[in-house]
Design a protein. Sequence first.
Length: 386
Amino acid sequence: MEQLEKSPLRQVIMDRIAERGGRITFEEYMHACLYEPGLGYYTSPGRKVGAEGDFYTSINVHRVFGRVIAREICRMWENMGSPERFELVECGAAAGVLANDILDTISELAPDLYSGVTYRLVEMEPSLRDAQRETLASHLPKLAWSEPAELEAGSLTFTGCYLSNELVDSFPTHLVEMTPQGLREAFVAVSEAGFAEQLDNPSTPELQAYLERITVRLPVGQRAEINLNAPRWVNSVAKALTQGFVLTIDYGYLAPELYGSMRPNGTLLCYYRHTTVEDPYIRPGLQDITTHVDFSTLIRAGEEVGLHKVWYGEQYRFLMAAGLMEEMMALEAQATTEEEKLKNRLALKKLILTEGGMGDTFKVLIQAKGVAAPSLLCQREWGKLL
Ligand SMILES: C[S@@+](CC[C@H](N)C(=O)[O-])C[C@H]1O[C@@H](n2cnc3c(N)ncnc32)[C@H](O)[C@@H]1O
């Protein structure tokens, strides 16, 4: 209870629930927790990612993550005939660490691409621009910024590559449960103890339609999250991208696995100071709330709007095929001490570790628009890598 009192957002959400006649959808609750201006988890000051935050992402593990992505971006640029101007748009760019690793690598490996590149940072939290300028100090002339709303409104268009790491898992989702009477949605109301969930008829027929489109039938008793914002986002990306690629990295599964009976409680999780928390109703605005991504919907929604799937698979397979071995050999050669070599090896191992590690929990999806027969590094056969 002490934790609840510390959250200034708690009263804001309670007032909203009262204004709306006693309840809001879980999606609205999660939106407020993460993105309420000035008070949400991502829209209030303070670092969220890294040692001083609440969780790590691949970006903080080792710069090789960004370097391998940069290798693949160079290949995308070549696939498009090495155009003079090429734009990289990163959504959810946080403090700009991935952007910096990518631009460092492009300047080193492909100076012609670097000379015509623009790196556009899109971030929900505007105050992160100062951190981005600091992180990316050596690439300032290459940088541009856009608001997420510009992308949603369709006022941004570009040719190049749209990329994100751990973006879609941070979109607010609806919560549903299958009951003997049919699909029900979770609403958030106020109780004496704080917030309380109520199950009722879905707020929109889109929830049932979403499950039907991916041919998922939830068994009675199963809970699940439905991310209606994900296909909307795919639509806006497809509108903005004139020609090029979309590279999406996140944790998740194809629909049959995500919505399978092995996950009776869905995938919703909270992060607070490097610990997982199951209760999303404590510490509103002070802990991260996240759900696994339904990659089937990203693929299907993309195909409907001209974004064709080029490659989908586990992060370890992407990294290995797109240049991790080359990067590892270079690191070994550059390292001056055994300790440094060991540190590098351990970090790289973390990025590709399977059976619940980052290597297979994370998936990579690459989609293309207007690129004939793309041939990317991640599509290489392992036997022909070196
Ligand atoms: C889980 S963090 C990942 C940060 C970084 N990409 C990384 O991998 O370390 C998600 C980030 O996406 C941002 N974000 C969420 N929705 C967004 C949107 N619609 N447009 C731009 N940024 C968004 C959040 O503010 C947050 O910084």
